[in-house]
Design a protein around this ligand. Sequence first.
Ligand code: NAG
Length: 234
Amino acid sequence: TDAHSLSYNITIDPRPRDGQPWCEVQGEVDQKVFLSYDCGRAKIKYMSPLGEEVKSMNAWEAQTDTLRDIGDLLKEQMTDVTPEKHLDKGPLTLQARMSCWQEDNGLISASWEFGFNGQLCLLFDSESGYWTMVHSKGRWMKEKWENDRAVTEFFKKVSRADCQRWYQDFLLHWEKMLKTTASPTTGPSTMQRMAPDSSYSTWIATGVLAGFVITIIIIACIHYKKRRRCSQEA
Ligand SMILES: *[C@@H]1O[C@H](CO)[C@@H](O)[C@H](O)[C@H]1NC(C)=O
């Protein structure tokens, strides 16, 4: 079987400006975005045929409910973060990335990454429950979360149980699509390459449809002329 990865980027901005969302989620499978979700307004965008393919599944709704819970929890966790507790002056935004992926042995692993103001700061291993600080801006949050069993258990549960279930449900439907759209390189450029592809197929579909309509008109004309000739001869 092919190993894939499912990730969710969650951005929390507790004090958003002019109508910006306070919580935004991007869902990706193998770096291809399939979901964009505004947790505050509960607004979903299906980002590609991958999203369209699975949007009517039960797992889809369970997923958006859980993403909302994640957004609420993260926002709540930020209420007592004051400028003295992080190293930047001014407003603080939080980036969280939850991932689950299939290992070579078939088992699914999960982890979290947390960043503040765009700087990656903390890693959480959902298997061991172990926190790693990769930037000092994450020290305060690491100490806070290490001592909060409920939060740690929530991160573990969502990434190991929920993400794993969505992975298994969605991948059954995606396996073929991911194979046909597979490219030798991965990364953000995959997104840019998908755009012209989909517009090419739109053009091809339009061309085929136009050809079909023209063929029908020609056939209809030939028949009409024949009929007229016959009735004149008769
Ligand atoms: C999600 O976050 C990762 C790491 O911060 C980044 O590399 C990736 O481009 C992000 N994806 C989207 C769709 O924003």
